[in-house]
Ligand binder design. Structure first.
Ligand code: AMP
Length: 289
């Protein structure tokens, strides 16, 4: 009979897939539930909320920290994306993370990479239209993380709502042994959704950025009493466009499961999505209707 390993205080760091699997195997044999929280690091309170939710239902929480080159276009911020492994490890330690998986790019993507995963339809619009390669990059890395971690509960933020919908669909379509759990958006005091990219904002852009949340709240209020989807969509778009620092990318009301644009307001089943540029920084937000 296998013994349950002693629980160490600081996270056990694995740098390769086989190393993570080896450290998880005894816990799995001991029937401990494993929870996976995939991140790109630069951890903030939004990530830590995923960890908190994960710890409620699993003894062993694995946080993966990997800035995934596959999901960045050549013109995007892969080179400058904030990285702070030491800071991340300290935060992970402080909130009871048992394992950190921090692989190298070479470890994750042996050259040449011939197999990728893409999810049709749900990824066609919104982020997928603005960032054509993005979701195949995300789906591929998440599929790899699931394969490495093995059967688990995986925690994703509603902050990246389209990504969450895509991951749910990938898991269903490919019969992956993973239970996907979505967690609410963690916001700053003024409503701005926390994001690792918020550090890029100038003072003026940071002051302007809560317009996304404010406009979402106003549009959701309209939706509660307004049947015309064009009015709701227009209110969201106009709210953001009124802010000088913001350049609207998209604003829409969609079905929360399929991400198809709504043709009428059906409260309880829909989501308002918005994205805008503040200088060179693109911010996303969304709200349930
Ligand atoms: P990232 O490191 O930006 O790839 O995010 C890793 C995970 O954290 C994703 O599932 C995100 O949706 C989630 N996340 C990021 N920011 C927030 C936030 N403010 N609230 C909730 N979840 C978040």
């Amino acid at each position: 009979m296998s013994k349950t390993p002693i629980i160490t205080k600081s996270p056990i760091i694995a740098r390769s897939g086989p190393a993570l699997r080896r450290t998880l195997d005894p816990f799995r044999r001991a029937r401990q539930t494993i929870a996976l929280v995939p991140t790109m690091g630069a951890l903030h309170a939004g990530h830590l909320e995923l960890v908190r939710q994960a710890r409620r239902r699993a003894r062993r929480v694995v946080v993966s920290i990997f800035v995934n080159p596959l999901q960045f276009a050549a013109t995007e911020d892969l080179g400058t994306y904030p990285r702070d492994l030491d800071g991340d490890l300290a935060l992970a330690d402080g909130c009871g993370v048992a394992h950190v998986f921090a692989p190298t790019v070479a470890e994750m993507y042996p050259e040449p990479l011939l197999t990728t995963v893409s999810v049709a339809d749900i990824t066609a619009r919104f982020e997928g239209a603005s960032r054509p390669e993005h979701f195949a990059g995300v789906a591929t890395v998440v599929a790899k993380l699931f394969a490495i971690a093995g059967p688990c509960r995986a925690y994703f933020g509603e902050k990246d709502f389209q990504q969450l919908a895509m991951v749910r669909r990938m898991v269903a379509d490919l019969s992956m042994p993973v239970e996907v759990v979505g967690c609410p958006i963690v916001r700053d005091h003024d409503g701005l959704a926390l994001s690792s990219r918020n550090v890029y904002l100038s003072e003026a852009q940071r002051a302007a950025a809560p317009v996304l949340h404010r406009s979402l709240l106003a549009a959701a209020e309209l939706a509660a009493g307004e049947a015309d989807v064009h009015v709701v969509r227009g209110a969201l778009a106009d709210g953001v466009a009124a802010e000088r620092e913001a350049v609207l990318d998209y604003a829409d009301l969609v079905d929360a499961a399929t991400l198809q644009p709504a043709t009428s307001v059906v409260p309880g089943t829909q989501r308002l999505l918005v994205a805008a540029r503040f200088g060179t920084t693109r911010l996303l937000d969304n709200l349930a209707v």
